[in-house]
Design a protein. Structure first.
Lengths: 302, 254
């Protein structure tokens, strides 16, 4: 449904997207990447909001920048927070429906607002809405015309956990109906729940693709660095190296930093080992679980 | 499945959204105060002329000069600049343009609806002070009704032409107000004094001609014919809109 082929986008001296190629079919696909990785630029190119410097994009076989009717088959939640602030939620989504050529726009708007759990009869201007409510107004506006392709740029930002769960269920429902739902996020846990197919983008390049399990395995292949606080770090380090769990150890005054290729095994062995050696174990903490380090690893590996 | 919004409906929808966005209390207060100042000064000019017992023809010329010098040079372009440049320019800045751009609508009607929204907001704030200010400055003597008609036509047509031009400017540059003020003060304000050729390249030369010809008042400049002035002002309006539509189509939308 969406084909991106050799797409690059350059702004002056900055390469925002570099030679990205992928295809997306019906269902939910997550675009994962840290802030500034090029996710929003890629989405803008896909929607035709900005032309690619190089390469081609086809959405439902069309170029959305040139094909007027194709634009009506895409629903976009942009990253920007801007809304027509003087309108109510119903007014805003009704305008969205009318400008998408939907018959009975107000009725469609009420239905879309219901889907995102917003009160259609709330007459307050959206200027007074919280971030989460504004986000849901944007989502309702993107859904109101039943688009075949949904491009959602960080749509879960500002939502509370219950709303997030509801929206993720909604995305899966839309995907199951045969729509192509592309959702971007910079939060790994969020993407884990979004599930199915994942595209990882870092520094403007496509760093990895696959389903969540494949990606998790890929990430688990990398060396992990764990800090372990014990009262006798030197003795504990020697035992870890001897057992083959650690591939590298640096010892401090009251802790040690362990490099391991098998973090699960290390997790299983640390407590029994401490018990056997009769050392006092006070803390085990990963040092490189942040998303940036995961992306860095994937990019370097690529 | 293919669907799109018909042209007229696209223009009306755009108009309805943007006219509400562009009319902010701050703008209305500031530009309304400018108009009130013009009316007040016009009234003082008329009272002073009555005290001097000036003849009616001279008072009409003074009224026309005042409507031209304050209304057509300052109020009309400045008010049109504020609304025209912001009506789409602001949506570009705050990210809401995407809600009009990524729609199955042609660009021409979107631009036309936006320009109509800007003109709707601007017209009362340009026509009323220009007409009332000129009429009061003329001391309400016989013939000042014609002056009022001329001022209304000149301010109205000028507002439409400037609005169209500044909608285009709002899509072309960042900080369009600065560029627009530079254009209004440096070119429109001075061009008329630089000779006939320069005057032909300024909108003011045509708006003041409408005022002079329809008002039936010769107040000391070489006016274009009514037909020429109307054609040029209409052409500027249409060409401005057409170029704005092309620009909108090629825009990088945030």
């Amino acid at each position: 449904m969406v084909h991106v082929s050799g797409v690059s986008k350059v702004f002056g001296d900055v390469v925002a997207v570099s030679d990205v190629t992928f295809s997306v079919r019906a269902g939910v696909t997550a675009l994962l990447g840290p802030n500034g990785a090029g996710k929003s630029t890629l989405f803008r190119v896909m929607c035709g909001l900005t032309p690619p410097t190089k390469g081609t994009v086809r959405v439902l076989g069309c170029d959305a920048r040139r094909d007027r009717d194709a634009r009506g088959r895409i629903g976009l939640v942009p990253q920007q927070d801007g809304l027509f602030d003087r309108l109510s939620a119903l007014g805003f989504v009704t305008v969205a429906a009318a400008t998408e050529a939907v018959g009975e726009p107000e009725r469609a708007a009420r239905r879309a607002l219901g889907v995102v759990d917003l009160d259609a009869d709330d007459s307050r201007p959206v200027a007074g809405f919280s971030k989460g409510m504004r986000q849901r107004v944007k989502l309702a506006a993107a859904l109101v015309h039943d688009p075949e392709v949904l491009i959602l740029d960080e749509p879960l930002t500002g939502l509370d956990p219950v709303q997030r769960r509801r929206m993720i269920e909604l995305f899966h429902g839309l995907g199951d109906e045969g729509r192509c739902v592309l959702v971007s996020s910079h939060v790994l846990e969020e993407v884990a729940r979004l599930g199915s197919r994942i595209l990882v983008i870092a520094q403007g390049r496509l760093a990895a693709t696959g389903d969540y399990r494949e990606l998790r395995e890929l990430m688990d292949d990398r060396p992990h660095r764990i800090r372990i606080a014990v009262d006798r770090p030197r003795q504990f380090a020697a035992a870890l190296v001897e057992s083959g769990t650690a591939v590298g150890v640096s010892v401090g005054r009251d802790s040690l930093v362990v490099d391991t290729l098998d973090v699960d095994r290390l997790g299983r062995e640390v407590a029994p080992l401490a018990q056997r050696l009769e050392v006092r174990l006070s803390r085990v903490a990963p040092l490189d679980e942040d998303l940036e380090s995961v992306f860095r690893y994937l990019v370097e590996k690529r | 499945m293919s669907r799109h919004v018909p042209r007229l409906r696209a223009a009306v929808l755009t108009y309805r959204v943007l006219v509400r966005q562009v009319l902010t209390p701050g703008r209305l207060a500031a530009l309304g105060a400018l108009g009130a100042l013009m009316i007040l000064v016009g009234w003082l000019v008329g009272v002073a002329a009555g005290d001097r017992e000036s003849d009616a023809a001279q008072m009409l010329r003074d009224g026309a000069s005042y409507a031209d010098g304050f209304g057509l040079i300052i109020i009309v372009p400045i008010v049109a600049l504020v609304f025209g440049s912001s009506v789409l320019g602001e949506t570009r800045e705050d990210g809401t343009l995407v809600y009009l751009w990524l729609r199955p609508m042609n660009r021409g009607p979107v631009v036309a609806g936006a320009a109509a929204a800007a003109a709707t907001a601007a017209l009362p704030l340009t026509v009323v002070p220009t007409v009332l200010g000129g009429w009061l400055a003329a001391g309400r003597v016989a013939g000042s009704a014609d002056l009022a008609w001329g001022a209304a036509a000149a301010a109205g047509l000028g507002t439409a032409a400037y609005s169209s031009l500044f909608v285009l400017v709002g899509l072309l540059v960042r900080k369009p107000i600065m560029w627009g003020i530079g254009y209004v003060l440096l070119w429109e304000g001075l061009a008329v004094g630089l000779g006939d050729f320069a005057a032909r390249l300024s909108l003011r030369g045509y708006t003041r001609s409408v005022l002079s010809q329809i008002g039936g008042i010769d107040y000391g400049f070489d006016a274009h014919t009514t037909a020429t002035a109307l054609i040029v002002l209409a052409a500027v309006t249409v060409v401005g809109l057409a170029l704005a539509a092309v620009r909108l189509n090629r825009l990088d939308v945030a």
